[in-house]
Ligand binder design. Structure first.
Ligand SMILES: Nc1ncnc2c1ncn2[C@@H]1O[C@H](COP(=O)(O)OP(=O)(O)OP(=O)(O)O)[C@@H](O)[C@H]1O
Length: 310
């Protein structure tokens, strides 16, 4: 499937070229004794219509990978291509335009602008793209409805719960035609029911032709993906086949070492505690199927938009 991303001065064809490609990507931070190799030669291709989950211990390089894919950070060596365009060498202005037009990015921190209402926050990237305020508002309302917060359109972030703010941030990442959606633990502030519903929206977007890269610690969230790659110490050490299944995830490596800390696979426990999906006694993931029977209408009036659990 080929999706045209329209913008005032550019047409980006997504579908022929991979939506995202990393070629031999390295990323080092710091110098000398404090030098950290966050990524050590990662190759990855994500095609239109595909949702790829990234799992791995704390400090394994997941967020670094997402930041590079989104052009928020640059590799020390190697290449990152979005919709066939190499990000290195782009001017900051061209990079910002590409990010706005082709990419949706759900950050761990929400980054909503407190002085703007929910709908204004969501329409902002589209207005920056040059579409009319009226069209931007219409798209923003549709995106808010897609994640079930249409009724909060005129509220300010400070008047919303953390979960509601997260859904507005997700709406902002999904608004308009985005060929590539990057999500770093997008369900972090959401209860499990709403979190699953957000993943269903992400899945539906990919089924409709976008590509998605999802960082998650939870196997049951990764099970929404077509495949899962596992990072450890900045390397892709394993990946599931296509599609990812609960069975393939059951044999997956631990989300973090039993006694591992951020950036050090041999130290003390991860700060955010054990992954609820990880069964230490079995040495494998326990897939929690409890929410899966509740397929209908998680988001109240708007419901979900047709994603299929694979
Ligand atoms: N700006 C930075 N300066 C120095 N080191 C950094 C920087 N950003 C990341 N790192 C280091 O790079 C490594 C990978 O970090 P990254 O945040 O990508 O891991 P992660 O897998 O996303 O971790 P988590 O699951 O805890 O979010 C870690 O050792 C981290 O400490």
């Amino acid at each position: 499937m080929t999706t045209a991303l329209t913008s005032p001065d550019a047409q980006v064809e997504v579908g022929r070229a991979p939506a995202l490609e990393l070629r031999g990507v390295h990323r080092e931070h710091g110098r000398g004794a404090s030098r950290v190799q966050a990524l050590r030669g990662v190759d990855l291709v994500v095609r239109a219509g595909e949702l790829v989950a990234v799992m791995g211990p704390s400090g394994s390089g997941k967020s670094t990978l997402l930041a590079l894919a989104g052009g928020l950070d640059a590799p020390t060596s190697g290449e990152v291509l979005v919709a066939g365009t190499t990000l290195s060498g782009q001017s900051p202005r061209a990079l910002a335009a590409l990010r706005r037009r082709a990419l949706g990015y759900v950050f761990q921190n929400l980054n909503l602008i407190p002085a703007l209402t929910a709908v204004e926050n969501v329409m902002l990237p589209r207005e920056l793209d040059g579409i009319s305020a009226r069209a931007a508002r219409r798209e923003a309302r549709a995106a808010l409805a897609e994640v079930g917060v249409a009724d909060l359109a005129d509220r300010f972030p400070d008047d919303m719960s953390g979960g509601q703010q997260q859904r507005v941030a997700i709406a902002r990442a999904l608004v308009g035609p985005r060929g590539l959606v990057l999500a770093d633990e997008p369900t972090g502030a959401l209860d499990s029911h709403t979190g699953e519903a957000v993943l269903r929206v992400l899945r539906a977007r990919c089924d409709a032709g976008s590509a998605g890269l999802l960082v998650t610690h939870e196997a049951r969230h990764a099970a929404w993906a077509d495949r899962v790659i596992f990072l450890r110490d900045g390397l892709v050490v394993d990946s599931t086949g296509t599609p990812a299944t609960p069975e393939s995830l059951l044999g997956a490596p631990a989300p973090f070492p039993a006694d591992g800390a951020r950036g050090d696979a041999t130290a003390s426990p991860a700060p955010d505690g054990p992954n609820p999906g990880w069964d230490e006694s079995r040495g494998s993931y326990e897939i929690d199927e409890s929410d899966e029977s509740e397929e209908s209408d998680e988001f109240g009036e708007s419901g979900e938009s047709g994603g299929s659990r694979r």
